[in-house]
Structures are given as C-alpha cells and as structure tokens.
Design a protein around this ligand. Sequence first.
Ligand code: WT7
Length: 657
Amino acid sequence: MSPGPKLVVKDKNKKNVFWPSDEMRERAWVGTDRIYKDAAKSPKDFWANLARDGLTWSKPWKKVYEGKPPYFKWFLGGQLNASYNCLDRHLETRGNKVAIIWEAEPEFERERKITYRGLYREVCKFSNVLRKLGVKKGDRVGIYLPMIPEVMVAMLSCARIGAIHSVVFSAFSGSNFKKRVEDCEAKVLITCDGYYRRGKPIVLKNQADVAASAKSVKKVVVVKRFDNKTKVKIAMKKGRDLWYHNLMAKASEDSKAVPVESNTPLFLLYTSGTTGKPKGVIHDTAGYLTQAYWTTLFNFDIHEDDVFWCTADIGWITGHTYNCYGPLSVGATMVIYEGSPDMPDWGRLWKIADKFDVSVFYTAPTAIRMFKKMGVKWPAHYDLSTLRILGTVGEPIDMETWHWYFKHICNNCCPVIDTWWQTETGGTLVNALPGVGPFIPTVAGRPFPGTVADILDDKGKPVKKGETGYLVFRPPFPPGLLRGVWKNPKKYRDTYWSEYGPKVYYTSDGAKWYDKHNIRVTGRVDDVMKVAGHRLSSAEVEDAITSHPEVIVSAVVPKPDEIRGQVPVAFIVLRPEVKPSPEVEASIVKQVKKEIGPTAKPHQIFFVKGLPKTRSGKIMRRFLRSILVNEKLGDASTLQNPEIVPYLKKLVGYRGK
Ligand code: WT7
C-alpha cells in the first residue's frame, strides 16, 4: 500500500484522539469549528442559507420554518424538483462528467459509466414512460431492484413527475415486498429479471410477482439485467408486465421536471420498529434534499475530482441519501457495485477502489469486521493511495475495528468519520467533520451544525458527562427528519414524540457525552436489532415464526456476534403434539425467509416449553437477552411463571450468577 497524503495528525496530549492536518483543514469546505457557533445563533437562518445556496428553486419559500408539534415544515410555499436538482442543473457544467460508475459482479462484464447527460436522458425518457402508464403526482411506485443504474433512473423519474417512490431491498422476499406495496397502494412496480450474487444469477421477477398480485398494482416494468445467454425462467403476464427496454425505445426525451411544494413527500421508506408491521417513513422534498446535499458535501468533503463510493444497498436509507440524492445533487462521481464483497475473493472491493481511484469510501462496521477477519493481505495488494476520507455507518464501531480500518485501508492517513443517523433522520446527524475533527474511535462526534441534540435521563433531565441517557433532538428539527408515517399518524406520534412530549424527537438510542461537544452512541434501547448493519425488529421475526402452523408462540432477541454485531436468536414454543426436530427447525427457517428474507434468518433456535411472562401476559424478552449473554438477571418476582427462568438458564447453558 502506498501512503496517500497525511490528512490526520495525533493529538499531542490525548491518546486515541486525532485531528485534521493543516492540509486537510485547508482543502476542506469546513475547516474550523466556527460553523457550529454561527449555526447555533439561528439554526433557521443557517438552514435557510444552505437551502438557498445548495438547491435550485423554481419558486422561493415564504416562510422558513413552522412548528406545530409533533409536526413541522421547512421552506413553506417554496417550489423545486429533486430530479432537476440532481440532473438538469448540472448539464451545462458537468454534462460530460461521469455520474455513475457501475461495476457488475461477474468480472467478464465491463463496467458501465453514465454521464450526467446520459443519466438525464434516461430519466427524461423513463419519466415519460411512467406518465404513459398513468402515474400521476402523488401516486406511489414500488421499486424492487438491485444495485444497477436503473434503480437511480427509476427513483429520479418518480421524483421528476412528483410521484412517491417506495424502494424495497431486493434481498427481501416477495411477500415482504407485497406487504409494503399493499400498505402504500402502489400503482406501478419496477423490478428486473434478476441479478448476480456470489457468482449465481438470482431471479428477482418471480419474487416481484408475489407483490404484483396486490390489488393496487396495474403495471409492472421489468428491466432486463441478464443477457440472452443467461438461462433463467421468468413469466411475463400479458397486459400487466412490460419490458423496460421496449418502453424506453419509444419514449420521448422531452420531459419537464414538475416543481412541487417543499413539504411534498419525495419518497417512503419502510423500516422496522417495535411491532411486526414495518412503518412507511415519509420524507419530504426540500428539507430532505437540503440535508442530503450539505451532509454529502461537508462530511465527505466532495470536490470536483472526487470519486465517492458508499457500499450501502439502495434498499436502505444510506443508499437513498448517499447513493442517489446526495452525490447526484452535488454533482459527484459515484461508484456502485452489484455484487458480493467476496467475489471472486476478499480483495474485490479494494480492487474496485483501486481501479476507479476512489477517494471517499463509506461502509458499515460489520463489513470492516469481516475484512479484518479475512486478513490484511487483501487490501495490501491494491493501491488505495487515492483515498482521502473513510466513513462508517449503521451501528457502533468498536476500538479495534476502527483502528484496523484506519491503519490498513488508509495507512493512518485519512479522517475516519463515524456517522450516526437513522432511516428517520434522512441524512447524517452526529459525526465529526473531516476538516474540523476530532476523530475519536467509538465516538460518533458532534451534532451537525444547525441541529440541536441532547441526552436525557428517564425523567427528561439532561444527563451529566459520562452518564448514559437517551439521544433526542430539539426544535428546529433537522430538515431531513421524517414528516410522518404513511397512513399512520398515531404510530408517528407514539414512536417519536411521546417519550418526552411532542416537542422532543426521541431516537430510541442510548448515548453519552464524551466531552462538551462529542457524543458516544451506545445503541438501540428498544426491540430493534442491528444485524450486519441491517435494521430488524424482534416482533417482525416473531410474527414470521408464529405464522408457521406448528408454532404457538415465540420470542426473538439479539445475541452479540463478532462479525455481524448482533444476530437474532429465537425461543419457540411448538404445539404440544409437535416434537422438535431438524425438519421442524428447517421449515421454520424457510418460513422466515419467505416472510421477510434471508437477512432475518434466526442464527439459533431453542425449542422451549414456555417463555418468561409478566402477570399481564407480556413476554419479557429482557430475561432471554440476559440469559444469552450470561448477564445478571433482573428481578424475576414480577413474572407470572418464575420457574421458567432456571429451566431456560439450564437449556441455554447460562454461566452468569
Ligand atoms: C440505527 C438506525 C443511518 C443509516 C443506516 C442505519 C444505529 C446508525 C450508527 C453509528 C452507532 C448507529 C442506531 C440507529 N446506528 N449509525 N454511527 N453509531 N449506532 O439506519 O437502519 O434506520 O438504523 O442504527 O441504533 O438508531 P437504520
């Protein structure tokens, strides 16, 4: 590995604290911490300036901010279009600049490079296709595509005509996609024949067909990813299913971007909460885009010659914001990769980074832990000296993993940005800025300029330094924050605005102050797991398990895992006449894969005669969690069935006291 420029220096007095070098400060968009103070004087003015400078508006807003707890609006009365901001406005200066570099998993396929003009043309055409299929402003469109450029085309085409997209992770099952399609009543679905994963062609269309049977669906557009030599069987339903390339061949390139009012929904993204039913998080247009634009620019310090690579799948919020709206609105070049990091070997990502001179690399701690396990020989084999900034997202990063990343990927030369945020926040909210620092392993950093974070105790009082509490945000709320839950205002209020009242956004994360400004996030305090960076709720997996005819009840809890962070473990009570067996176990696992997808597969299953329950019949997952990690158990006297505890301890092999 040849070292790149030295962009970080060690703190003179404190071990494990790093600062940007003079070179880094000088080239950074933000090179001093003055921005925090200035923004804090009037966050509303701060964001108003950013929205004016960063975005192109068709009509200026009349009012910057309005709060009617738990609702709020930004840039009221303003008009703009997200696809215009990602495409049209770049044409003059960046028309021939590459917007997307796509790398297929099979190495025999050549990469595709799509310029801003090329992407603009595709989006114009496809937005006309959508219009022809009857999609109107405010209609929902379900997108179920892997990491291929057409997924960005589909999203931006919806945005262009004011339709609301709902992208669903392509590794989720068809029935999971269907639940989401039914909830948002999507009119049109966009999918593909399939994609490559671990060297094999995976058929997606058959899964999409499950969702296409939903009542609201009128048309299904199918992108052809495979060539004619790839033998896969898919069925096209006459009158409903249409090939993307056929529709595009006849589509006009003339498509006006429809301006929408700032607070108009841009997209829905379903995410797991504490109940079995995923929530459709609503993101607006102007606030979301303002945050996507400026967090991309400031966090990753994007300049004209940068090559940005965020490894997240488009099916998650990280993919939406940092594989689509962020990089495209700032006019960056970005890399997307279709496949698995181990194809054909564990050097693949570094090979891609080397090949395309990637300068900003953003991934999840779970991926880094995997690379760490596979050994330094893989990154060491490639030239990664073009890297300038590294980022992580999705879960807390441990000390060792942070240092491995810092040392072996950038030769201790680049700022490592640990970004805390959520599906609900739309963009990053707590992290160090590369030209400001400090970079402290296991500490996410400072709330983004213009946002007001706090850490509160059970009673709602701010905690003292070193004490753990709950991370919250106060008004004015970050412009990228969710505006509602689709068709479920109660859920919106109950989940985010009831813990401390409607004027405080509750994140469900534990946190503490590392010092006056910097925050260490300790993780979820609700029944949401982070499995390999993916968000999964206990209740969702339990519902899938309980839908199996031989199951009476189940409880799913996370267990710490060296690579994946957490893995789901299931405790299952079978019907009395059913004997536990490998066959029953396999068929339950199959059921989970069918209902949710392979990411939710229980890592371990315990068949039990009962579960710890309160007197009111609520299952106490807390006990199961503690038993799994040999932790001291809480007071069992409140249980309806305390005798279950010694039984479970024995079964699991509890070694605690
Ligand atoms: C949850 C949100 C943000 C995009 C991807 C995840 C956890 C996220 C960090 C971090 C510690 C983190 C939190 C949060 N989380 N980033 N840097 N340090 N924890 O979005 O799937 O909605 O998950 O991920 O627990 O609440 P998500």
